[in-house]
Design a protein around this ligand. Structure first.
Ligand code: KIV
Length: 285
């Protein structure tokens, strides 16, 4: 027996025939590169934010391990666990009706060996319902990427500033400014393309290098602090909405000042409660 979902949809086939919501897939973002349409990506970590972000027309939501910083208050992305990433991803997936949902494999869940990497990716896909995973690194994680892809799980790569390696880099400064590191990054990008990754995040690298990578590989590049000659852009949603006031890198454009607005709203609420002005007659039963 099938459950009726309206004139265009039944329980078993509602995604393919629902005319109102066409799901963005990994193929869609690859087609966007081909036709020169820029890809928009933002992070989200919970149901309420993801619902707003999805409804506003974003193409890809990244459940980033930046949740470790902006949701849990850690200094780095290293402490967040696979269970915690799955918890964040579950809320986002419940909210996302149209966009593609990609989830970061957290530090320590894939670096050990390719079997561990596959198990972690399977847990994310099975327990959250997400559509793809993202992994930081180049040729050194090639075997793990291939094993995950063989299981039918799409992988997004991530090169340049890879925050899971912050203690190796020692700083959050721009990466690959020197020729040797730039050559290595270009060669890693080609490896990820050849392996079958469906897209590649380029974080905090010179714009000229990002442009060179973008024109040298077939898969879409999505930049954060990588200039405009890439196939798409990503920002951390809390940063671009202005929740975080103490973080102002050059690449960050703030689209609102949520920190200030929330502060003002909470102050007004406190004062209304203290003065007895809230609740009023209409707000009572
Ligand atoms: O975790 C994250 O938010 C990210 C983006 C900055 C690309 O990896």
């Amino acid at each position: 027996m099938s459950i009726w979902y309206g004139w265009n949809a039944c329980y078993f086939c509602r995604m393919s025939v629902n005319k109102e919501v066409r799901r963005i897939t990994t193929n869609t973002v690859q087609e966007m590169k081909l036709r020169g349409e820029k890809i928009s990506m933002l992070t989200s970590y919970d149901y309420s934010m993801a619902r707003l972000v999805d409804a506003a027309g974003i193409d890809v939501i990244l459940v980033g391990d930046s949740a470790s910083n902006v949701m849990a208050g850690h200094e780095t992305t290293l402490p967040i666990t696979l269970d915690q990433m799955i918890y964040h991803a579950q809320g986002v997936v419940r909210a996302a009706k149209r966009c593609l949902v990609v989830v970061d494999l957290p530090f320590g869940s894939y670096q050990g060996n390719s079997k561990e990497a596959l198990n972690s990716a399977i847990r994310i896909m099975k327990e959250s319902g997400a559509h793809a995973v993202k992994m930081e690194g180049g040729s050194e994680i090639r075997e793990s990427i291939q094993r995950i892809l063989t299981a039918g799980i799409p992988v997004m790569g991530h090169l340049g500033l890879t925050p899971q390696s912050i203690y190796k880099f020692g700083t959050y400064q721009v990466r690959a400014k020197e020729e040797q590191e730039a050559e290595r990054l270009l060669s890693d990008a080609k490896v990820l393309d050849e392996c079958g990754c469906f897209a590649l995040v380029l974080e905090k690298i010179p714009a000229t290098l990002a442009a060179q990578v973008t024109s040298s590989i077939d898969i879409p590049t999505i930049g954060i602090g990588a200039g405009s000659d890439v196939d798409g852009q990503v920002l951390v949603v809390n940063d671009m909405l202005g929740y975080t006031e103490d973080f102002s890198p050059r690449f960050l454009r703030r689209y609102m000042n949520a920190g200030e607005q929330i502060h003002n709203a909470v102050s007004r609420y406190v004062s209304d409660v203290k003065s007895g002005e809230f609740p009023n007659e209409k707000e009572k039963y």
